[in-house]
Design a binder for this molecule. Structure first.
Ligand code: ATP
Length: 570
């Protein structure tokens, strides 16, 4: 699924994000800055100390040489401290970015998060966040180079203004190289990371559909599809390298020319007696420090990469999360009201001004042909989808106004294809009620007719779900057990028994009816038996409620009967 290009707003948001990430570990941040400043000071003193040491040795004294040794030791210590602090800042920043990104994606909800393919999101969360987190170190290093270059220029001026003037002539050229590098490199890295994201997205889709791929024997076609962006990736990579190479030789050439020019002027100064041999040495050192801004292609590269990665993180964070209020829900089974609810998918109107009331404590079956929006209506009831217009209310409170914690505790879902989340089967079942003791998981599993097959698993209730080879019906029963364990007053079963055989379905439905007595239930149903057990049936057709009422009354309508006719014939 394509993601949108990055507007300038995202670029600014990315920079703000990097600043926030960089401030996550203030202690290490201060250490980094102190060590970095120490490095600058040492670097600036070094040419002068070298000059003094040389002039001292030529004059037969060693005190200046000792000063030089102390300075070199301090420089080494500062370098070690800034490396350690930089790594710690980076670690804090990466964790901050990942927590924010993950939290945001989860609050976006399924519909809004669907703008980004899962594989692409994974690449932003892993490689993207890690690259963006390099920003504190990369920015500090670059800032250091700039500060140290300015100070070195001042030192050069103090040494001999002619030297500084010679160097300054080249500044505009250097600025052009740096500016061009920063803009172009950032674009190239963004492009490269986007293509990587597309490959990751294709790969994740293929992993999800591995059975279909094998069954259809389409492995070569899939591999071709996933790797289709590879030539573009290679071309972008080559463009990046070409650009780096060009920048490196331009910077290198400029550096050599400037050093030669300064050295010539300094040499003339020594010849005329204006400068000492030591001053010539320090002039070379200061020139190198000024020009190191250009020489430090690596740290500039780091900043460009971090900014590009941060843009991709900020792009996800820019997707607005649904707003929610803080209103509580009163305890007990809620009435669910759909008021003129319209949902669109692009140009298509999926639900068109649907209005219905599910009374508190009643069982409502939602029926209709495939694709009529039954699951969508079920998702709307618990705030998993948002209407384009109209309202969904729980006990008179609009769903977006309900406190999210209340909403999650009040609404339990079971799906046709439940996600197997949790470290063990017990965790999976108590996922919506994490404090519940193991006995609750076992009780819920019994209600969902899952206890027997769970006990047959290698580790029983302690088996990690990923290791349990479960059938579709077993997976659904775990999903049902999870809904039972949550003990919520509103239960939404979205096709949650579709993979069960008729006998097991009847057994589970009876147990669930018992367990959910007094709760409000919305059940997406394909079977006549399920609709017959409901107090109220909502029949969806062409995006509207075609009719509602008890199943036995609706059975008088031929078109309604035809929904279940094949099943009855079978
Ligand atoms: N959040 C959403 N926003 C807009 N459209 C959606 C949303 N969720 C689902 N749809 C669209 O609504 C249509 C109906 O989907 P839904 O899953 O509700 O059908 P269904 O009646 O449950 O079908 P089935 O019986 O085959 O499961 C689909 O075309 C789907 O793409």
């Amino acid at each position: 699924m394509p993601s949108s290009p990055h507007p300038h707003g995202t670029a600014r948001a990315a920079d703000r994000l990097l600043v926030a990430a960089a401030l996550r570990a203030p202690g290490w941040g201060i250490t980094l800055v102190v060590a970095a400043v120490g490095s600058v000071v040492c670097g600036l003193l070094l040419p002068a100390a070298l000059a003094a040491a040389l002039d001292g040795v030529l004059a037969g004294t060693t005190a200046a040489a000792w000063n030089l040794a102390v300075l070199l030791t301090a420089a080494a210590l500062c370098a070690v401290a800034s490396t350690v602090a930089g790594a710690a800042c980076g670690a804090a920043a990466v964790s901050h970015l990942r927590v924010r990104l993950l939290g945001h994606v989860l609050t976006l909800g399924p519909a809004r998060a669907a703008r980004f393919a899962p594989g692409d999101l994974t690449s932003r969360l892993t490689a993207g966040a890690a690259e963006a987190a390099q920003a504190p170190l990369a920015v500090t290093e670059t800032a250091l180079k700039v500060v140290s270059a300015v100070c070195a220029l001042v030192a050069l001026t103090l040494l001999d203004w002619r030297l500084a003037l010679t160097l300054l002539v080249t500044v505009p050229m250097g600025l052009i190289i740096v500016r061009r590098f920063m803009t172009r490199a950032s674009d190239l890295f963004t492009r490269y990371q986007e293509i990587q994201g597309r490959i990751a997205a294709g790969f994740a889709e293929a992993i999800g559909g591995v059975r279909t791929i094998r069954a259809s024997a389409t492995l070569p076609r899939e591999a071709e599809r996933i790797l289709a962006p590879l030539p573009e990736l290679a071309a972008t990579g080559r463009a990046t390298w070409r650009f780096q190479r060009d920048t490196a030789w331009q910077a290198g050439l400029l550096l050599a020319v400037v050093e030669l020019a300064v050295l010539t002027v300094a040499g003339l100064g020594v010849a005329s007696g204006r400068l000492t041999p030591g001053a010539l040495l320090s002039a070379t050192g200061y020139t190198a420090l000024v020009m190191s801004v250009l020489d430090e292609v690596d740290s500039l590269l780091g900043v460009a990469k971090a900014r590009a990665a941060a843009r991709r993180v900020a792009d996800v964070l820019a997707e607005p999360a649904p707003t929610h209020g803080g209103l509580p829900l009163t305890p007990g089974a809620p009435a669910v009201t759909f008021e003129d609810v319209t949902v669109t998918a692009g140009e298509r109107t999926v639900l068109d001004k649907v209005s219905a009331v599910v009374p508190a404590g009643s069982v409502c079956a939602v029926v209709g042909r495939s694709g009529e929006g039954k699951s969508l209506l079920a998702a709307l009831a618990g705030g998993l989808a948002e209407p384009a217009s109209g309202r969904v209310l729980l006990d008179g409170v609009p769903v977006p106004d309900v406190d999210p914690g209340h909403l999650r505790r009040h609404v339990a879902y079971a799906f046709a294809r439940p996600a197997l989340l949790g470290a063990t089967i017990t965790d999976l079942i108590t996922y919506g009620a994490p404090q519940a003791p193991e006995a609750v998981a076992v009780g819920a599993a019994r209600v969902a007719a899952a206890d027997a097959f769970i006990r047959r698993l290698p580790g029983g209730y302690a088996t990690p779900p990923a290791r349990a080879m479960l059938s579709g019906g077993e997976t659904q029963r775990l999903g049902l057990a999870r809904a039972v364990a949550q003990d919520a007053p509103l239960v939404i079963l979205d096709d949650a028994t579709s993979s069960l055989d008729t006998a097991t379905e009847a057994q589970v439905s009876a147990a669930l009816a018992n367990a959910f007595t007094g709760r409000t239930q919305i059940v997406v149903a394909h079977r006549a038996a399920t609709a017959a057990r409901a107090d109220l049936v909502l029949w969806l057709e062409d995006g509207r409620v075609r009719a509602s009422g008890p199943h036995h009354e609706l059975m008088a309508i031929p078109a309604y009967r035809s929904l279940f006719q094949i099943e009855e014939a079978a």
